[in-house]
Design a protein around this ligand. Structure first.
Ligand code: ADP
Ligand code: MG
Length: 618
């Protein structure tokens, strides 16, 4: 007694969408499975909520499940659910028209993007259903609404201009989508292929999914559970599953937030830094989910780039069910989500560092590069990241580190700046002349061993309002040396010696001055403001091979109390030739200490001459 089918024309915009989806987006066709499964899950969730308040529901005893079957012979894929189903009017409205304004934007975006459009877009604009037509020449939707007075119906279309709706006796509550596959899409009738796609996108869907009678989604969406209901073992298992990792997670941050966005996040810090194993830059590892359905496993703009070592899931169901997923994937929203999570993460790490400095130190030793990159590239979080930096210092033991906050906390009362020295090693710093002045005044100096540190302090500029200053900067003013003992050259003799040195050293020094910061060394060189620091300069040299950009511009600072300086002042009149040798050697020694001596060959020749003179005098 079924009546003849009624034929309907698609709304004009649907035609456009269909045309573009079918003809322009032939990569990543597999996502149609995700879209149809998501729709089934949405329909089941709506049913679950409806059942809470409605007494009379059609087929009330049907389980809330998704059943998928493949038929290689018939070349079909069938996805069924016992969700809310659709009435005739709903079929027309939901599958025959585009109701959401976002979908109009989709049409425009696709048109502009042309053939480079990414199939990911489909899910982003709530036109997921139509993706079935990428692989299908005929789609049938059998359905019965949850309403007792609904009809048993089947909607049929070939994805061209029109669709029909006719009666279909005995259809159970929910929807059954039968996809007849195009010749070039027959792979999707293979259970192994469908299993693979389901494993990729639909592992955590909250309703049971079976494929040809076998349950496929077994992993729980632990991020949606309450912290107290998840064991350490479950967390570890999930970490290994979700990030395909072999190591154990070092930290985990699991939190739920309701404002400003609804967020369920479970983010892990791994034990091992995969980038150190020569595997190149990692992809971002915190996946974006919406109501347990994967949106993007490696979302590039979700978290700041330097946080790419993190693993886990951010899930947001910020919007009510009846709104399509489009707005959730809107990029401003994604950025906001990422902003909230990255700030939480930084706070979390700061607290972990305070609670267990040793554990944090071990982690930091392997991952410091990321934090340094963060200070340079992530302006919004710069200060928070800087809090997590760790350095050795003149007051720590070798291997022991402190943070900038520790440094500031123990700064001297009158101290206004944070001092640091960049050099390849602790030994190099301790053997050099710079530290002594700071030591004698009890000022702490941070030791920075990596070339990248130079960029970090430049980018950071200040911490907690205190400027970071290099010990070899001309700006440093330590006032009078603490122990003012020892005979000093007179002021007049010092000035004369400085003038002579400037003359004797020709273009090699920008200026010569007497300093108060030296205690045990005769001289050191300072980097004038605006000049490259030694480490930067070395890096530039390494990059440009032998083009060093000429000799470095330095200021020579001498110690008028040092015996060598006093003797030199006397010798420049009595023994001009020896004085010249000593002046040059002294400069080279200072340059060597500063890591600024480009060609040690000259130094060897001169040392030879000095040795000869020494023995000849005997
Ligand atoms: P979206 O899911 O983003 O709303 P779709 O194009 O995927 O967009 O689906 C359009 C609409 O069709 C859905 O909003 C829903 O109302 C309806 N629909 C699709 N699949 C089903 C289903 N299995 N059961 C009930 N309704 C469905
Ligand atoms: Mg959908």
């Amino acid at each position: 007694m079924s009546t003849s089918p009624t034929t309907y024309e698609f709304q004009a915009e649907v035609k456009q969408v269909l045309d573009i989806v079918i003809h322009s987006l032939y990569t990543d066709r597999e996502i149609f499975v995700r879209e149809l499964v998501s729709n089934a899950a949405d329909a089941l969730e709506k049913m679950r909520l409806t059942q809470l308040t409605e007494n009379s529901v059609f087929d009330a005893e049907k389980p809330l499940e998704i059943t998928i079957t493949t038929d290689e012979e018939a070349k079909t894929l069938t996805i069924s659910d016992h969700g809310i189903g659709m009435t005739r009017a709903e079929l027309v409205e939901n599958l025959g028209t585009i109701a959401h304004s976002g979908s109009k934007a989709f049409v425009k975006a696709l048109k502009n993007a042309g053939k480079q459009a990414d199939a990911q877009l489909i899910g982003q604009f709530g036109v997921g259903f139509y993706s079935a037509f990428m692989v299908s020449d005929q789609v049938k939707v059998y359905t019965h609404s949850w309403r007792e007075d609904g009809e048993h119906l089947v909607w049929t279309s070939d994805g061209a201009g029109s669709y029909s709706i006719e009666e279909s006796p005995d259809q159970a509550r929910g929807s059954k989508i039968v996809i007849h596959l195009k010749e070039d899409a027959e792979e999707f009738a293979k259970p192994s292929r469908i299993k693979q796609v389901l494993g990729k996108y639909s592992n955590f869907v909250g309703f049971p999914i079976s494929l040809n009678g076998e349950r496929v989604n077994s992993v729980e969406a632990v991020w949606l559970k309450n912290k107290d209901d998840v064991t350490d073992e479950q967390y570890k298992e999930f970490y290994k599953f979700a990030s395909k990792a072999f190591d154990e997670p070092r930290y985990r941050l699991h939190f739920q937030a309701d404002a400003p966005l609804v967020i369920n996040a479970l983010v892990f810090v791994p034990s091992e830094n995969m980038e150190t194993y020569g595997m190149g830059q990692m992809e971002p590892g915190v996946a974006l989910y919406c109501k347990k359905v994967l949106i993007d496993p490696h979302p590039p703009k979700l978290l700041p780039d330097w946080m790419r070592f993190l693993r886990g899931v951010i899930d947001s169901e910020d919007l009510p069910l009846n709104i399509s997923r489009e707005s959730m994937q809107d990029s401003a929203l994604v950025r906001k989500l990422g902003g909230v999570v990255s700030k939480r993460m930084l706070k979390f790490l700061d607290k972990e560092a305070a609670d267990d400095a040793k554990k944090f130190g071990e982690f930091y030793a392997k991952f410091s590069r990321f934090f340094k990159e963060g200070v340079v590239t992530d302006h919004e979080n710069k200060e928070a990241i800087a809090k997590l930096l760790r350095f050795e210092s003149s007051l720590t033991e070798k291997g022991e580190t402190i943070g900038l906050a520790d440094y500031v906390a123990r700064m001297k009362e009158e101290q206004k700046e944070i001092y640091y020295q960049t050099a390849p090693s602790r030994a190099a710093i301790e053997a050099g002349p710079y530290l002594e002045g700071f030591k004698s005044k009890g000022l702490e100096v941070l030791f920075l061993y990596e070339p990248i540190d130079e960029y970090v302090v430049n980018a950071l500029y200040a911490f907690d309002g205190k400027t970071l200053v290099a010990v070899n900067s001309e700006k440093v003013d330590l006032g009078d040396a603490a122990d003012a003992e020892g005979v000093s050259l007179s002021e007049d003799d010092t000035t004369k010696l400085c003038d002579w040195l400037k003359e004797a050293l020709g273009g090699r020094v920008e200026s010569v001055k007497a300093g108060k910061r030296l205690v045990g060394s005769p001289a050191l060189v300072l980097t004038p403001e605006g000049e490259l620091n030694p480490q930067m300069r070395q890096m530039m040299r390494a990059l440009q091979k032998d083009e060093g950009g000429g000799a470095p511009k330095v200021i020579l600072e001498i110690n008028p109390k040092h015996i060598l300086i006093r003797d030199l002042a006397a010798a420049r009149e009595s023994s001009a030739e020896a004085a010249q040798l000593v002046a040059e050697q002294m400069l080279d020694n200072a340059l060597l200490s500063a890591g600024l001596l480009d060609d040690p060959q000259l130094l060897i020749g001169r040392t030879q001459k000095i040795m000869e003179r020494l023995l000849a005098r005997k």
